[in-house]
Design a protein. Structure first.
Length: 254
């Protein structure tokens, strides 16, 4: 695919009128893992330039002009296992800052035979979020990871099941698939797209009219020793927010 065609596709998926509310972690998981015994630190950042100004409950932070910063600490347990911890925070439009939860995770990536372009695994996450940013305090996420990586292309699909444990449990588990497609430009730059969807409860999947979709034009690049993911997103069906700007910065640790 020529670069001009790739850019045209990214422009098309971004050129519509709605958006999906930004979570504190906007990321598609791939096969990237810490080495055994290696610590990692990432900072997840996102900002909503234009979003919802009304709230559904007392104490909720409107998404309009909301800034979220989530440090993530990780550790490589083995070649196939990595543990992590998210510590999300949010800053409202009025400048007040809030701690909004705590979520540990455990990621498994199967060790494929040498030379294989395919990868698969599973990330599990459990924790709580405050009612300032969600309508259910306790939750669990099951995130299968399925993808392929070649010299020029990387594709990863995450068919996520989100389970609100404090509000209905498995009866309210939602299907929220996401996908990432990247084209390597050089050793320090990749360009592509990320797409996030909400299909509603697993036991009552919604048709297109009631689904939620959000697309990001993204770049993965290096700044000195830091690895950066940067994206600008716009929804094209349902949701609170019209635009979201997001970044993930991975800092060298050891």
């Amino acid at each position: 695919m020529k670069y001009s065609k790739l850019i045209s596709i990214l422009a098309l998926v971004s050129a519509t009128s709605y958006a999906w509310a930004a979570a504190d972690e906007i990321q598609v998981y791939t096969d990237e893992m810490n080495e055994v015994g290696q610590y990692g630190v990432e900072l997840h950042l996102n900002y909503v330039p234009k979003g919802a100004t009304e709230v559904e409950r007392n104490g909720q932070i409107p998404s309009n002009h909301r800034f979220q910063a989530t440090p993530e600490f990780s550790y490589g347990i083995s070649k196939e296992l990595e543990a992590g911890l998210y510590v999300p925070t949010a800053v409202a439009e009025d400048g007040h800052a809030y701690a909004t939860g705590l979520r540990p995770r455990l990621k498994y990536i199967h060790q494929q035979p040498e030379g294989s372009i395919f990868f698969w695994g599973l990330n599990t996450e459990f924790g709580y979020s405050t009612l300032r940013v969600t309508d259910t305090m306790w939750g669990m996420e099951l995130r299968p990871i399925i993808g392929m990586r070649t010299d020029k292309w990387m594709v990863s699909f995450n068919p996520i099941i989100d389970i609100p444990l404090s509000k209905g449990g498995l009866n309210q588990a939602a299907f929220e698939p996401s996908i990432k497609v990247m084209r390597k430009i050089n050793e320090k730059l990749e360009l592509g797209m990320e797409h996030y969807s909400g299909f509603g409860p697993v036991n009552n999947l919604q048709g297109y009219k009631n689904q939620e979709h959000m697309a990001y034009a993204v770049a993965d690049f290096k700044v000195k020793e830091m690895e950066v993911n940067f994206g600008v997103g716009r929804g094209y069906h349902n949701g609170e927010d019209e635009w979201v700007v997001k970044s993930i910065i991975a800092f060298p640790f050891n």
